[in-house]
Design a protein around this ligand. Structure first.
Ligand SMILES: C[S@@+](CC[C@H](N)C(=O)[O-])C[C@H]1O[C@@H](n2cnc3c(N)ncnc32)[C@H](O)[C@@H]1O
Length: 222
């Protein structure tokens, strides 16, 4: 995995196999916050006291990191449960190697402990935040979930490089795991993706434009 510095100073990686970056080069942290965490209303959900998040294509965990950060800012006592779906062991190993210097360091440690647990290594649990990483093809793992989630992050590589992760059957399976009125957010506004969302009982909207002219997408479970 080749390291790439993004425009907001945060680090992402280039994946040789998919020939794609893990996060937007215009700003990895900015993307996580503005395209995933804010559109799914994580700070508002935090005020209810507890949140269940499904993070599809967990990668190095920036979307969950920013969700934890902004949820705790909104309600320091919030209880958060995150299930992360990821199929690449190398990415989970990379999480453990990551070094954070800024105020996100403490919160990233929670993600690093979850990565250790996923790999069967000794790890520490957080009192209020439970993260479970499932290392398998997300198309299989999603069908093993039994809970309903308050927010979903859908963050595969692009529809061009990884079309299977944007297919109608997969998005329908994700939709089955969403609470009524819960929101799924993604960076793509591709027609195929939005059509699949509509077919999966999701009410599609333009998300924020960040780092490019095209909008992102968020969709509400009807
Ligand atoms: C764009 S990156 C995700 C970035 C991530 N959300 C973050 O904040 O770092 C896409 C991720 O999807 C994972 N992936 C690709 N195919 C997958 C599959 N079939 N099942 C689960 N994860 C998959 C890749 O390994 C990669 O980590």
């Amino acid at each position: 995995m080749k390291e790439v510095k993004t425009k907001d100073g945060s680090i992402t990686f280039f994946n040789e196999y998919f020939q794609d970056v893990y996060n937007s080069v215009t700003g990895a942290m900015e993307e996580a916050e503005k395209k995933f965490v804010i559109p799914t209303k994580i700070p508002e959900l935090a005020k209810t006291g507890s949140i269940k998040i499904l993070d599809v294509c967990f990668g190095i965990g920036y979307n969950s990191l920013l969700a934890i950060h902004l949820a705790k800012q909104s309600n320091p006592k919030v209880k958060i449960e995150i299930v992360g779906l990821e199929n690449d062991k190398e990415v989970i190993e990379q999480i453990i190697k990551m070094k954070f210097k800024d105020d996100l360091k403490q919160e990233y440690k929670i993600i690093q402990e979850a990565a250790k647990a996923c790999l069967g290594l000794p790890n520490k649990k957080d009192k209020n935040i439970k993260i479970t990483l499932i290392l398998d093809d997300a198309r299989k793992s999603v069908n093993k979930l039994t809970d309903l989630y308050d927010a979903v992050f859908l963050d595969p590589f692009t529809p061009k490089t990884c079309p299977e992760m944007w297919s109608e059957p997969f998005i329908k399976d994700i939709s089955k795991r969403m609470q009524p009125n819960s929101i799924i957010a993604t960076y793509s506004c591709a027609r195929k993706v939005r059509d699949a969302m509509r077919a999966a009982q999701l009410d599609v909207h333009d998300g924020p434009k960040v780092g490019r002219f095209a909008p992102s997408t968020f969709a509400v479970k009807t």
